[in-house]
Every structure is written in C-alpha cells, then in structure tokens.
Design a protein around this ligand. Structure first.
Ligand code: 4AD
Ligand code: MG
Length: 455
C-alpha cells in the first residue's frame, strides 16, 4: 500500500478505511492487550498516535520498536477520542523496518542542549526542534526564488571555483587537485593556475545585470576567516541580486522589500514551525517579526551613525572613531537599543570598503550600505557599483589591483557601462532572524567552522 505522509493524515478531512504510515518512533506505551505508538516522519512537527492491538506476532515486533526505530503501520484512520488530536490510526499490522539500539541511541525522550546536539549533527534533524529548523530552511530557500521570480529577476549560476578575489580581503580557500591515488597536492592548482573557492558571486553577476537587467545568484560561498563567533562560518549561502540602471536607494528598497517578503512568506507558510521557535526568543532584544513588517527601516548615513554612537552613554569595548568599521556591538546597539528595528547604515569611508563601490562626490566615502538587524547585526552588505572606468581604474591602482587580472570586469565598463547596484544577504543570518536562533551553527545542516569538519 502507498504510504500516507503523517502531515496529510493529521490534516485529513475524512476518516480513511485503509492507511499506511511509516516513520520513526517518538514514544511507545504498552498496556494490557494494546500499545500506543507515537510516530513522526519529518513531514510536519506533529506525531500521529497509533493504537495497536496485541497479537503474539505484533508483540514480538513491538518489543523491537524502541525510540528512534523506523516502523510501518497499516490500519484505519479514525477520529480520536483523546484530547489534542483529531485523528489516530487503529493499526492492524505493525512492522519494524530498522531497530534503534536503546543502549546507545542518543535521542531518548528528554531535553538536550543545543551544544550536545551539535556534536551529533547527523542525528539532530530527528528532534522536533531541528526537524522544524530544516523544514524552515527549505521553505525560506524556496521563498527566495519565488520573490525574484515574481519580480522577473533572472537566476544566474555563478562559478564556485574562481580566479579572482571579489572582496579583496584575501580570505580565500585555495583549490588544489590531488596527485592521482594520493592525498598530496599536485604541483599545479587549477590546471596550472592559482584558483580558489568563491567568496562572492558578485563580479560575475554584475556582468549579467549589465546584459539581462535584473539578476541574482544564490549559492554557497566560502571565507577562510579563522573566527569563532556565533555569526560566522567558513561556508555559507549568499543571495546576491544585481540591478542595472539602479542606485543605492533602489538597492536599499529592494533589500527591505525582500526581508519583509521573506518574513511574510514564512509566517504564512511555516506558521507551526515558526511558532515553535518564537517561544524561545528573548523578546527584550527582538521586535516580533510582525513588528519588523510594520514600519519602514531606519536609514542613517555612516557619519551620523558614528556621531550618534559617540554621544551615547553606553561604553563600548571598541572605541568609536570616524573611519572605523562598525563592530557587532555598535551594530546591535543601533538596531536593538536606539531604533529598535532594522537600520541601514550607508555612505561608508572608502578606506574600509572594496574596490568596486561607487565613489561619492566627497571623494572620501562610497555608496555602500549595510542592513543591520536586531540580535544579528549585519544581514545585508551591498553598494552601488563604480561604473565610471576612469574612477574605477584609479581606485584599483590605489589599492594595488592589477588591471590585467580584471580585464573582463573592466570590459563591462568599457562597453556600454551603466549605473548598477546590488547586495549580498547571508542566507543563514536571514534564517536566524526568522527563527530567533542565536548561533549560526544551529541553522545549518552541517556547519563548517574552524573546529568542525566532521559529518
Ligand atoms: O558583506 P559581504 O562580505 O559582501 C559581499 O560579499 C558582497 N560582494 C555582496 C554583494 O554586494 N553582492 O557579505 C554579504 C553578507 C553579509 O552581510 C552577511 O550576511 C553574510 O554575507 N556573511 C556571512 N555569513 C556567515 N558567515 C560569514 N563568514 C559571512 N560573511 C558574510
Ligand atoms: Mg559586509
């Protein structure tokens, strides 16, 4: 018989004379003559209860059905007389597919710390909390594509292996081929050329924006920064839209629209899972998701942000100075304490930003923006791009970048250049915002940090 997903069984409108469900045992209670088995198959948060009458054969199977075992039950879907559930299964057959050794199975029914669950990342999606997390991650990724598709943006697949360092920060992982049959690196990198894993698809997607108009890329990116913070990982997914004939203010509009769209989508489509997380969120630091939707984001020039941070009585670990990069403590102060909502800081000093950002008339700041959100700090980083060939090459010379290496990038300015703008949103950080989860390791299936390469 074809299996019915537990989500569909729980949402059934009518009883079903025949049903087959398969899943993992969450709990089992034996009584005289029958047993209750609660089953979850990952399709939703809920479990379905099955009542199994004992026969000698079934009792042998039930004895093997400890927490975590996978089982198949056939029977009838009937209205449940019990409280808290509409439907239950009256089982007529009960079969254990895969046993779980009760001596060693680490997910017995009790609360486990997030830290412990990280050490068994391969099993944590078996818990309520993490199955909800990874359903939401899937839903959010789909919502990203839906958002752009509705706005007629083209999805561009940008390369993972690259020869250029987009951010110019030198935080790249080299790609090396191995000698056949050995773990020793070959003498060459990418067939003789140095190559690395991409830190951002921006430079590539810019070429497409200057051809197709509105584009985006959404893929894995890599940073070889040896930092152990709750917001940084070595491998993360980034969403990078790029728009032709657009300026910094269009860029901020798009970011705000996108954040609000994604939140709305999750409230509408993942309500049960979102609610599960909402109860763990520290509400003193975090406006509710509904509140983020209500008001326009604050937009604040960098220079004003610095003045404001200097004036406040709050003591920061890093002293505030014009020209510095904002630290997480400053970013969080602005959006958690000062404005209590997402804040765009824009027009940053050129000295702390990459070569491709458009120079402002003051010759001192660039048309850059970061979107800061409560609990997390920087969620989005973007800019209007320098479309003027002479200004761009002068800036590259200043920063010691070779024109030869970027010849293809410069071609886009040489032939039909146009104002354009875009940004990068950290997908994991967006998921942290939606769930309120404080550690980025807990929104990724198998996080990659300096200390974790397992799984
Ligand atoms: O600010 P970033 O470095 O910007 C860029 O890479 C631009 N080229 C993007 C663009 O304009 N197309 O990174 C963008 C976002 C950050 O705001 C942050 O949300 C996320 O990517 N991010 C990280 N997320 C997790 N771990 C890390 N190590 C991250 N570094 C950046
Ligand atoms: Mg940034």
């Amino acid at each position: 018989m074809k299996r019915t997903k537990i989500k569909d069984a729980l949402n059934a409108t009518d009883p079903m004379p025949e049903i087959c469900i398969k899943g993992w045992v969450r709990s089992k209670r034996d009584n005289k003559g029958f047993s209750f088995v609660a089953l979850n198959d990952g399709s939703c948060l809920g479990t379905i209860q099955a009542i199994i009458d004992h026969t000698p054969e079934i009792e042998t199977e039930l004895a093997k059905a400890g927490t975590g075992a996978s089982v198949a039950i056939t029977g009838e879907l009937v209205e449940s007389p019990g409280k808290g559930q509409k439907w239950e299964v009256r089982g007529t057959t009960f079969e254990v597919i895969g046993e779980a050794d009760q001596e060693t199975f680490p997910l017995q029914k009790k609360r486990h710390s997030d830290e412990f669950l990280r050490s068994i990342a391969h099993l944590r999606p078996r818990t309520n909390k993490y199955s909800a997390m990874f359903r939401m991650r899937s839903e959010l990724a789909q919502a990203v594509h839906k958002f752009f598709s509705e706005k007629d943006f083209f999805y561009i697949h940008t390369p993972i292996i690259t020869g250029s360092d987009c951010e110019g920060a030198g935080e790249m992982f080299r790609v090396t081929s191995l000698e056949a049959g050995s773990k020793e690196p070959a003498t060459e990198d990418f067939f003789g050329k140095p190559s690395a894993l991409t830190v951002s698809g921006q430079l590539s997607v810019e070429m497409f924006a200057l051809s197709l108009g509105d584009c985006y890329t959404f893929g894995p990116t890599f940073r070889a920064e040896n930092s152990n913070t709750p917001r940084h990982v070595a491998e993360f997914w980034m969403i990078e839209p790029e728009m032709a004939f657009a300026d910094l203010s269009d860029d901020m509009d798009l970011g705000e629209e996108m954040i609000k769209y994604l939140i709305t989508h999750m409230l509408d489509n993942s309500a049960e899972d979102v609610e599960l997380f909402a109860k763990w969120v520290d509400k003193s630091l975090m406006p509710t998701l509904e509140n983020i939707l209500k008001e326009p984001f604050k937009r604040l020039p960098y220079t004003e942000a610095i003045n404001l941070l200097k004036k406040t009585k709050k003591k920061f670990e890093y002293p505030v100075e014009w020209g510095m990069d904002l630290q997480t403590e400053h970013e969080r102060f602005l959006c958690e304490e000062k404005f209590k909502k997402p804040v765009y800081v824009y027009d940053y000093p050129k000295t702390i930003k990459p070569f491709y950002m458009r120079m402002n008339d003051d010759d001192n700041t660039v048309a850059a923006m970061d979107c800061l959100v409560p609990r997390i700090g920087e969620l989005i980083g973007g800019s209007q791009r320098e479309e003027r060939m002479d200004v761009l090459t002068a800036r590259m010379a200043e920063m010691g970048l070779s024109e030869e290496e970027y010849w293809w990038y410069l071609d886009s300015r040489k032939y039909g250049t146009a104002p354009h703008a875009g940004f990068g949103m950290g997908f994991e950080r967006m998921l942290m915002l939606v769930t309120g989860v404080a550690n980025i390791r807990d929104v990724m299936p198998f996080p990659r940090t300096p200390k974790s390469l397992e799984f």
